[in-house]
Design a protein around this ligand. Structure first.
Ligand SMILES: NC(=O)c1ccc[n+]([C@@H]2O[C@H](COP(=O)([O-])OP(=O)(O)OC[C@H]3O[C@@H](n4cnc5c(N)ncnc54)[C@H](O)[C@@H]3O)[C@@H](O)[C@H]2O)c1
Length: 437
């Protein structure tokens, strides 16, 4: 990659196509509309509120990120979506129960105008759901072609200059990489044969990448994270990001674990449990969907604590993750972490974290940031995995042969240094010896 990057200006409209019009999607859409109308602030969004230090600490240069790199403005965003239910974004937001009726009523006409396109869906991959708004086709390749038609039509009807697609659909059952995913030739054959190894999320990812559209995955499904789609993204120039938004408990884990490790304190065990009552919680109540989520949630500690390098500190760590579906809580998840740590001479201590969070309130700014940064990457001709967006994900996509970086602070430094690099600014290493010369 050359530096600085030649970045095309974000002229015209950006269409953000969300797969799934549930809690996360409707909270994102309603948020952007409310912020645009001056009804609320974009709290939690790095692209809207974050700054970036440039040059030496003595220079006092810290512009807003959105003034430093050419991002699409909120006023230029148009939303579209697919869902298996026919509810408009307004009704879906009411069902999700995240936002107050007062706020939703103020933006009702714009929310009601967003009607979901019919979905590519197969119950085999999401066992707890079924709905009427589903496409029919002779095979999965044909379904992908229908999605491509949807995208082209949406772009034309809404006069969009560019599109981005983000999977905000339910977590699918656990799948591992297989021969069908090994090359684009194999995947296209598997699509034609309606092979079981191709879940719905992969059909959407294929359709977006085939069209050269940036694709991100907010859920832990395999989706675009297979050699075949990486190969296709290389050919078509699609930038990719994912998987699984790092919001509540796992976000907190990637804040606390680097702190424990920085001081070389040991960890005997980390027990994490959650109660959650939204539709996501209901889907995750199915053991096969939970398995996908569990794998995603559990990997972070191994990579941050590096038990092979520190066997005395983390070699025998017991890491348990539970999610319990408990309807009265709705989207207001409660997470508990009990962390058994030990210090000098092996003396034990405990750390307890009780996080009463709001899942979709934490997720929405990440969906917005990912869409705007992927659109930036596309205009800068950066294709394939955008590892600098790991900051937002529980299971960051990464190049073969690398381990994923999970430490939130390293991830943030990587993100900001990538932006500096794109603009030809000096990278910040925090060495700082020059201040003492
Ligand atoms: N909220 C968070 O903090 C968070 C964090 C990490 C990951 N996620 C993931 O993001 C996803 C969305 O979460 P949510 O809370 O909005 O869930 P949700 O259940 O409210 O919404 C998901 C929507 O996707 C739809 N859907 C499922 N399969 C589809 C398909 N094939 N095509 C089109 N639509 C489809 C469902 O009908 C539903 O409306 C989930 O996979 C969840 O695990 C959420």
């Amino acid at each position: 990659m050359k530096n600085p990057q030649k970045i095309a200006e974000p002229t015209g409209k950006l269409g953000i196509l969300l797969v799934g019009l549930g809690a996360v999607s409707t909270t994102t859409i309603a948020g952007v509309i409310a912020i645009r109308r001056g009804l609320a602030k974009p709290i939690g969004s790095l692209t809207q509120m974050g700054t970036i230090r440039l040059g030496k600490r003595t220079e006092g240069r810290s512009p807003l990120i959105r003034d430093f790199v050419p991002l699409a403005g909120l006023k230029d965003i148009v939303f579209g979506a697919w869902d298996i239910f026919e509810d408009t974004a307004y009704d879906a937001a009411k069902t999700a129960g995240v936002l107050d009726k007062d706020l939703l009523d103020q933006i009702r006409p714009e929310m009601e105008a967003i009607k979901p396109m019919s979905a590519v869906f197969d119950r085999r991959y999401v066992k707890r759901l079924d709905g009427p708004n589903v496409k029919k086709g002779t095979n999965k390749k044909e379904l992908a072609e229908q999605l491509i038609e949807d995208m082209r039509r949406f772009k034309k009807e809404n006069n969009c200059d560019r599109l981005v697609m983000i999977w905000c659909g339910s977590t699918e059952v656990y799948l591992t990489e297989s021969a069908a995913h090994a090359s684009i030739g194999n995947l296209e054959k598997a699509l034609e044969a309606s092979d079981d190894n191709v879940p719905s999320s992969m059909i959407y990812a294929y359709a977006a990448i085939k069209e050269g559209i940036p694709y991100a995955n907010a859920a832990p499904n395999l989706s675009a994270d297979i050699p075949a789609l990486l190969e296709l993204a290389d050919d078509t120039g699609s930038p990719l990001a994912g998987k699984d938004l790092k919001t509540g408990q796992t976000w907190m884990k990637t804040v606390v674990a680097p702190g424990i490790k920085a001081r070389l304190l040991g960890v005997h065990g980390w027990y994490s449990t959650n109660i959650l009552g939204n539709r996501d919680g209901e889907v995750l109540d199915d053991p096969e969907s939970f398995k996908t989520k569990e794998e995603s949630k559990k990997s972070v500690l191994d990579y941050i604590l590096q038990p092979k390098l520190y066997p005395d500190l983390y070699g025998k760590l017991d890491h348990v993750v539970r999610i319990n579906y408990y309807p009265p809580r709705g989207d207001n998840k409660e997470g508990w972490d009990n962390i058994d740590i030990f210090g000098w001479l092996g003396y034990p201590m405990q750390l307890k974290i009780n996080f009463l969070c709001r899942d979709s309130i934490l997720a929405a700014p990440i969906v917005l940031d990912t869409a705007l940064f992927l659109d930036l990457a596309r205009r800068a001709n950066m294709s394939g995995i955008q590892e600098w967006l790991s900051f937002y994900y529980k299971s960051p996509m990464h190049a073969k042969g690398l381990y994923p970086e999970h430490d939130l602070f390293i991830q943030l430094m990587k993100l900001k240094n990538t932006l500096r690099f794109m603009r030809g600014e000096e990278l910040i290493t925090h060495l700082g010896l020059e201040y003492y010369d």
